[in-house]
Design a binder for this molecule. Structure first.
Ligand SMILES: [Zn+2]
Length: 54
């Protein structure tokens, strides 16, 4: 499952969530710290393609 990175616009807390695509599509993300819904997705570090270890 993909990991999404989010940042809370209220308390600036950043966190990552493992969500299914369906959950992500619904977009119901709540800040785990202040419980507000003013949360924005940030660029995921998951997309870095430098894993050459085998
Ligand atoms: Zn917050």
């Amino acid at each position: 499952m993909p990991t999404y990175e989010y940042r809370c616009e209220v308390c600036k807390h950043t966190f990552s969530l493992v969500q299914t695509l369906a959950e992500h599509d619904r977009g119901k993300v709540i800040c785990p710290k202040c419980k507000k819904k003013e949360v924005k997705q940030t660029v995921s570090t998951f997309l870095t393609q430098t894993s050459r270890k085998s």
